[in-house]
Design a protein around this ligand. Structure first.
Ligand code: E4P
Length: 218
């Protein structure tokens, strides 16, 4: 299973790389805005910096919603760095753009996916990744993890190569259940990944080991 960190914060990305378990990064326009990155040149420079920190796929989202502009933006993003994956929303022109990039051998991440039907379309268009949003479905009282399960099943029925990238993963149980279901990738804040470290028996056991060592070595 691949771990992507869902942030545009360079320090958080560096910290995730240092942990030694990071496979990539996802960003979106809201995450870029949160870091105060504005203006095309600054946005492009920021993506380049992220790509230089991470040895793995970095999703950069197009802002356009019509086919021609998506292609123009996506090609510009893809030229920035070999790690860039063009992130495209699940809309009609988005599906056409995914097919276009797929035919050109440019990696894509189909985002804002909330149904199995949308995921099926993304796979048929040749998306590299499909991003179903687990947390946002939970937020409206639906079952985000059930959608991950459905998509994993459908892709396995037909051998689609599109990787299921569970997005909007908000806490440790989400991540563990995605792993149980067989999602190919999870993207989440670094705190969710470091949350995997925690167990009270580990802390208690370590404290006892160190105390016992101290007793005989005093
Ligand atoms: C990543 O690709 C998504 O944009 C992100 O995971 C959405 O997460 P959120 O629902 O917590 O904003």
């Amino acid at each position: 299973m691949k771990f992507f960190v869902d942030t545009a914060n360079l320090n958080e990305i560096r910290e995730a790389v240092e942990l030694g378990v990071l496979d990539g990064v996802t960003t979106n326009p809201s995450l870029m805005a949160k870091e105060g990155i504005r203006g095309l040149n600054n946005v492009m420079a920021h993506y380049r910096q992220i790509c230089e920190i991470v040895d793995g796929d970095v999703s950069a989202e197009v802002i356009a919603t019509d086919f021609r502009e998506m292609i123009r933006e996506g090609e510009e993003l893809a030229e920035l760095h070999e790690n860039i994956v063009v992130k495209i929303p699940m809309i009609r022109d988005g599906v056409k753009a995914i097919r276009y990039f797929s035919d050109k051998g440019i990696k894509t991440n189909c985002t804002l996916v909330f149904s199995a039907g949308q995921a099926l379309l993304a796979a048929k268009a040749g998306a590299t990744y499909v991003s179903p949003f687990v947390g946002r479905l939970d937020d409206i009282g639906a079952d985000g993890l059930q959608l991950i399960e459905q998509i994993v099943q459908i892709y396995s029925n037909y051998g689609y190569e599109t990787q299921v990238l569970a997005a909007s993963v908000r806490h440790v149980p989400h991540l563990i259940q995605c792993a149980e279901i067989g999602a190919d990738v999870v993207t989440c804040p670094l705190s969710v990944i470091t949350g995997l470290l925690n167990h009270p028996l580990t802390d208690k056991g370590l404290a006892t080991f160190l105390a016992d060592h101290k007793k005989v070595n005093a």
